[in-house]
Design a protein around this ligand. Sequence first.
Ligand SMILES: [Zn+2]
Length: 158
Amino acid sequence: MARRHNVRRVKIHRSYSVSEAAKLLGVSKHTLSRWIDAGLPLIEPKRPFLILGSELRAFVKARQPRKQPCRPGEIYCVRCRAPKRPAFDEADYIPKTPTTGQLAGLCPTCGSLIYRLTKTATLAVASGDLKVTRRPAQERLSDSAHPSLNVHFRRNEK
Ligand SMILES: [Zn+2]
């Protein structure tokens, strides 16, 4: 996987020499000249070679690997850094607000809990063909009107 560079350090209104740009992004001057060969524009094609911050930022960003989007039925695993289909094709849906919630599952690779935020309206799309168990909303836990239910819910949460 290609390295991610911290493009936020690049100020868009500044211009950088090749060595400044290389230092800023933690790459070699050789890498910078490869980028220039590959189309990173110079302000002027003569020495000293200067690169406009906004161009540098756009160029590096375009080369960075994107975080892979999740397809229906997938949840992004932070530890594996990849979308995963939860173990047993099962996920819980935990409402957070009346219109949003999160799908929660188990990463089949590393066993981490994995979460995917979703809108209730698009839950069917996000969950794909997973078997989804709807969990009670979090606020129900503190609903003192039904103490016995609360205990029941708490046990289920664990
Ligand atoms: Zn994982």
